[in-house]
Design a protein around this ligand. Structure first.
Ligand code: NAP
Ligand code: HSE
Length: 432
């Protein structure tokens, strides 16, 4: 049996999962890859930290040069996270003809071009299945299995942490902070969970998926983003009254060559398959012009599910013959030059929750402003009892309209004397 020496940059949630899988599935990996995989070195910040995995003496190091300058190490797995020093380390390893596996969506979404070009010029592979939706083989799915299609629409629950929080708020009536704490303890959240709850992580993942699905370069700044921090249990209760649930969705639509890309909390009908994706599970629902509707489903975060994608990437490299300098084709994101639509032009239905003074005529004034902007209202709920702000709740659901009209109307409504607060505006997706 041939042997291959690999190194890890990082031994946190994902790194530990990778080690456990390499040890426990050793025989399967040997048969499938043709190699016995030896973890030669692991870069960490603190060698004395307690780790939930056995690591032989001499493997942990705090000196990156131990990995860079060891020519016997053929594959380097980056599971440290962040932009720097991860980017420099990957570029340096590629210059030394080491193949790379990474789970780092932030780095790929913001610096992917440079990394793929470097991989190509050095004839090394850059594998990144774990960067989107943890254990779900979505990168391979789009890159290999759906290439016969024009992908028209893509809807993803691509962040495990926010799906876990929304699930706990919906089903267990748990408060936001407790649910986030649990997601962190379970190893789903990013080192800085702002990335999860403010939607940055989903924004990176949508940029990666869209560049593959639509064969174009995506500038991350063109992907609209809203987080889930404004979602309250009240919104979740109202969603239920309208037979909907709140999910953090990453949405991409192809409008005859122009793209609409957005990440935000979304109300979706109870009977859509994405409505029943709970906890840290992720799912990506795709409409292809040949395949029709398709959904990928699985664990989107966590040590072993993510480790599964990373180890599969290692095996993919070994199967391509790790010793030859023949790279896989780089991210196919330069086939077309697509324009990204301004978010203001995007159309849909909206849920708007407003607190008003308990006085007659308040609702009339609000609907008059919507009428002025030609926004028609599908449903209204007005509660008689006072809420915690001393006012009453009015909840409206609009028919299809565009976001810029909603923004203008809401600005005017906010200036009405009878309006105490615009509590929340949530987009609705009915997949029609
Ligand atoms: P983590 O638990 O925070 O682990 C990070 C590891 O990297 C730690 O072992 C840390 O060393 C090491 N490290 C960080 N900066 C370093 C530096 N400058 N020099 C040396 N070592 C350094 O992170 P994670 O959750 O495993 O995530 C790793 C990557 O996978 C990120 O890009 C993340 O976005 C991605 N990802 C995570 C998941 C998930 O479910 N967690 C899923 C998919 C993708 P110490 O242990 O010594 O502190
Ligand atoms: N923090 C990420 C999530 C990890 O919660 O989905 C998986 O990419």
């Amino acid at each position: 049996m041939k042997k291959v020496r690999i190194a890890l940059l990082g031994l946190g949630n994902v790194g530990i999962g990778v080690c456990i899988i390499l040890y426990s599935n050793r025989k399967e990996i040997m048969k499938r890859s043709g190699y016995e995989v030896e973890i030669a070195k692991i870069l960490v910040r603190d060698k004395n930290k307690d780790r939930d995995v056995y690591i032989p003496d001499g493997v942990l190091t705090t000196d990156f040069n131990d990995i860079l300058n060891d020519d016997s190490i053929k594959v380097v797995v980056e599971v440290m996270g962040g932009i720097q020093p991860s980017k420099d380390y990957i570029l340096k390893c590629m210059d030394k003809k080491k193949h790379i596996v990474t789970a780092n969506k932030m780095l790929l979404a913001t610096n992917g071009d440079e990394l793929f070009q470097k991989a190509e010029s050095n004839g090394v592979m850059l594998q990144y299945e774990a960067s989107v939706a943890g254990g779900i083989p979505i990168i391979n799915g789009i890159e290999e299995s759906l290439t016969a299609n024009k992908i028209k629409e893509l809807y993803g629950i691509v962040n495990g942490t926010t799906n876990y929080i929304l699930t706990k708020m919906q089903l267990d009536k748990m408060d936001f902070d407790t649910a986030l704490k649990q997601a962190q303890e379970k190893g789903y959240a990013e080192a800085d969970p702002t990335s999860d709850i403010e939607g940055f992580d989903a924004q990176y993942k949508l940029a990666i998926l869209s560049s593959l699905a639509f064969g174009t370069k995506i500038n991350i700044d063109n992907v609209y983003r809203e987080g889930i921090t404004k979602i309250s249990s009240i919104d979740i209760k109202y969603a239920k009254k309208f037979n909907m649930v709140v999910k953090m969705l990453a949405i991409a639509k192809d409008h005859f060559g122009r793209l609409e890309l957005r990440v935000h909390p979304t109300m979706i009908p109870n009977d859509h398959p994405l409505a029943n994706v709970y906890d840290s599970f992720n799912a990506i629902f795709i409409k292809g012009n040949a395949v029709g509707d398709l959904m990928f489903y699985g664990r989107g975060a966590g040590s072993l599910p993510t480790g599964s994608a990373v180890v599969s990437d290692i095996i993919a490299i070994l199967r391509k013959n790790v010793d030859s300098q023949s790279s896989l084709p780089a991210l196919k994101n330069n086939l077309w030059d697509r324009k990204i639509d301004d978010i203001g032009k995007s159309k849909g239905k909206f849920y708007i929750r407003i607190t008003v003074e308990d006085q007659s005529g308040a609702l009339g004034k609000i609907t008059t402003i919507f009428g002025k902007y030609s926004i028609s209202i599908r449903s209204v709920i007005q509660k008689g009892e006072k809420n915690s702000k001393g006012g009453v709740n009015i909840v409206l659901i609009t028919h299809n309209t565009c976001k810029e009209k909603i923004d203008c109307a809401v600005k005017e409504i906010n200036n009405l004397e009878s309006v105490i607060a615009i509590n929340n505006i949530i987009r609705i997706e009915d997949f029609k």
